[in-house]
Design a protein around this ligand. Structure first.
Ligand SMILES: [Zn+2]
Length: 122
């Protein structure tokens, strides 16, 4: 295991705090009108919620919608659990190590790229 799990634990904890903030922001911003807001997010280029959610980090994170945020939150918690159990960074499907650059982009990834593509293809 060459992966620096301490560093990823820190990243994941920060990410979790940020996603929590984004979820709270969503709750404040859309009291009872999530549907209208969702259409606006999906269709608009003026995406202030996405900016608030992703902050200054230059990476693609799909939690502009509340549902995605909570999914990411769960994935982050699972990733933290994998760090504790020593299986972090190992593909859950083929057992190979997940490349560190993939973990940089998505520290909660459970699959390497090849397995991810096969799963998505169905
Ligand atoms: Zn794999």
């Amino acid at each position: 295991m060459t992966i620096d799990t301490d560093r990823f634990r820190k990243t994941l904890l920060e990410e979790r705090a940020r996603v929590r903030d984004a979820i709270e922001y969503l709750h404040q911003e859309t009291p009872g009108s999530l549907e209208d807001e969702t259409e606006e997010i999906m269709g608009g280029t003026d995406n202030h919620l996405a900016e608030a959610a992703t902050g200054t980090l230059d990476r693609e994170i799909d939690y502009t919608l509340e549902e995605n945020s909570e999914q990411v939150l769960q994935q982050i918690d699972e990733a933290l659990a994998r760090i504790e159990s020593g299986t972090f960074g190992t593909c859950a499907r083929c057992g190979k190590e997940i490349p560190e650059e993939r973990l940089e982009a998505r520290p909660w990834a459970t699959l390497d790229i090849d397995c991810q593509r096969e799963v998505e293809r169905g």
